[in-house]
Design a protein around this ligand. Structure first.
Ligand code: SF4
Ligand code: SF4
Ligand code: FES
Length: 238
């Protein structure tokens, strides 16, 4: 195993070759905001919240999908990056219908947490107020597309951890949305094992447990983390 050395915010960091900038930063105790990243599943670089500056490269790079290189000098926070992150969060709020006051995830939502972290108090973009459906055909769970930020964490956790591959992304551009069973009502998808991993993986109140009311929805991240990392740590066979 070879080791790469780099600097993040002026701090010397040494990590295994092949690690991402996000992994290196976390090992050094440096926080980089993320939304589509979920520990234990593949990275897709979809949300761009983790953009960082690398000296000598004239564009910002997503830390979750950029591997470290020897001698790299990375800045995770500066005025321009902070402004871009704030704009991304503002666009996410303007793009969907996020009415926190009536959301099951109010107070337990990663999008809300990000808004606070980047200092967003309003969106400077015009709200689109798209017309989107809610699917409550599954006996235990529901999906409200109004709150979906298209992070695809549900798609990846269901495919890569549960092995059921119920979710996919369909359509393009503004019409893009996650679908179950190649666009069947969720309740009609026989491949769904009702494991609930997608519920815990979803960063917003988009996928929810039926019966949860406003601000009641708690996600069990510890359970998900155990499930996604237990195989690597051989915890099944201990
Ligand atoms: S409940 Fe489990 S199997 Fe069903 S869609 Fe969610 S992650 Fe996939
Ligand atoms: S339903 Fe939730 S987990 Fe799935 S893409 Fe939308 S926000 Fe992400
Ligand atoms: S967390 Fe890196 S692009 Fe979303």
């Amino acid at each position: 195993m070879s080791v790469k050395t780099l600097q993040i915010n002026g701090v010397d960091v040494a990590v295994e070759e092949g690690a991402t900038i996000l992994q290196a930063a976390r090992e050094a105790g440096i926080h980089i905001p993320t939304l589509c990243h979920l520990d234990g599943v593949s990275n897709v670089g979809a949300c761009r919240l983790c953009l960082v500056e690398v000296a000598g490269i004239n564009k910002l790079l997503p830390a979750c999908v950029t591997q470290v290189a020897e001698g790299m000098s990375v800045s995770t926070h500066n005025e321009q990056i902070n402004e871009y992150r704030r704009m991304i969060v503002e666009m996410l709020f303007a793009e969907g219908n996020h009415v926190c006051a009536v959301c099951v995830a109010n107070g337990n939502c990663e999008l809300q947490d990000l808004a606070i972290e980047v200092g967003m108090d309003h969106s400077r973009f015009a709200y689109r107020f798209p017309e989107r459906e809610v699917d409550i055909t599954h006996p235990q769970f529901g999906i409200d597309h109004n709150r979906c930020v298209l992070c695809t964490r549900c798609v990846r956790v269901c495919d890569e951890i549960e092995g059921a591959h119920v979710w996919d992304v369909a359509y393009r551009g503004a019409a893009a949305k996650v679908v179950t069973g190649l666009n069947q009502p969720w309740g009609a998808v026989e491949a769904c094992t009702s494991c609930g991993k997608c519920v815990d993986a979803c960063p917003t109140g988009s996928i929810f447990r039926k019966g949860a009311t406003v601000a009641e929805m708690e996600k069990d991240k510890a359970k998900l983390e155990f499930l996604v990392t237990a195989r690597e740590r051989k915890e099944w066979t201990r």
